[in-house]
Design a binder for this molecule. Structure first.
Ligand code: ARG
Length: 296
């Protein structure tokens, strides 16, 4: 079941099956992180401009921030020649079946430069006994994992972005494979090319979003399922990747430093905000959420 407008919705989140909280994360070590090509508007003008020492420091601090929230971080080694592999939300979509079997749907990367990253994650998950789902897509369909497909907190419901890196048609196949409803949201602004750049689930009832990145149909769906919405202002969303924050537990939010008004709004609702610097990665079009993959 893939829903694209509110008139198709016949359930509330309270009707859905529970999903265990993701208490583990995967991060990719950043030694090969670089900007060597331009595949999103943020990368333009930044080719060769990564400060490697600063990038390593920022990655270490981000990992420490996640760990301070009680998360276990597994590190997958980066690979030479794959400068974007550090954005490890993109190569897979992890899932856990109702019988407890864990698995990943493998991505079909939009850019040829990134396709080699996927097999590396496939081997890593296969070694740990995870089910590998890679036979659902046919033809040259595109899907970029948890950059676009994000689990609702605590519920078997997927939010699926499409338009730039992921084709809408993948969601029918994923919905059948994972036996879960999917709410498909069309993305409308090339700077917000993944769902995780403009949509962040804080808790079961609260989302942080950048509204202009969505169509009216998408916004209506978001507002229906989340009674509390924080809207990031343009500068914080576009330049500081405010909506690429991560809230692992419904209480703490890790976010790029300087998102002043977003931070105040979250604190006003009782969230504890942890600020980190990810500006070396923002040059490549990614921040907190895309630098990790939520697993179980
Ligand atoms: N340079 C990377 C790309 O364009 C950044 C990916 C950021 N990931 C994300 N989930 N938003 O593919």
């Amino acid at each position: 079941m893939v829903l694209t407008r509110l008139s198709e919705v016949s359930f509330q989140t309270t009707d859905l099956d529970a999903l265990p909280p993701a208490e583990r994360l995967v991060m990719t070590s950043p030694e090969y992180f670089d900007i060597l090509y331009v595949i999103n508007p943020h990368m333009a003008g930044h080719v060769g401009a990564v400060d490697k020492k600063k990038a390593r420091q920022q990655w270490n601090e981000l990992k420490a921030a996640f760990e301070s929230c009680g998360l276990h971080v597994d590190v997958v080694n980066g690979m030479p020649g794959q400068p974007d592999m550090v954005f490890c939300a993109n190569q897979t979509l992890p899932f856990i079946r109702k019988n407890g079997q864990k698995g990943v749907v493998l991505s079909r990367m939009h850019a040829a430069q990134r396709t080699g990253e996927v097999t590396h994650f496939e081997s890593w998950f296969a070694e740990q006994g995870w089910e590998i789902v890679d036979d659902v897509f046919h033809g040259d369909i595109e899907f970029e994992g948890m950059g676009d497909a994000i689990w609702h907190r605590g519920k078997r419901l997927l939010w699926g972005g499409h338009g730039f890196r992921t084709d809408l048609s993948v969601y029918d196949l994923i919905s059948q494979q994972l036996d879960t409803p999917i709410i498909a949201l069309q993305l409308d602004d090339p700077e917000f090319y993944h769902l995780d750049t403009c949509f962040c689930i804080l808790d079961e009832e609260t989302a942080l979003i950048y509204p202009p990145a969505f169509t009216p149909e998408g916004l209506e769906l978001i507002r229906y399922f989340f009674p509390r919405i924080i809207e990031a202002p343009e500068y914080e969303a576009r330049d500081l990747f405010a909506c690429n924050a991560h809230c692992p537990d419904g209480k703490h939010v890790v976010i790029q430093r300087g998102c002043t008004s977003t931070k105040a709004a979250m604190e006003g609702l009782g969230f504890t905000v942890l600020e980190v610097d990810t500006d070396e990665y923002i040059k490549s079009g990614g921040s907190v959420f895309c630098m990790k993959l939520m697993t179980w």
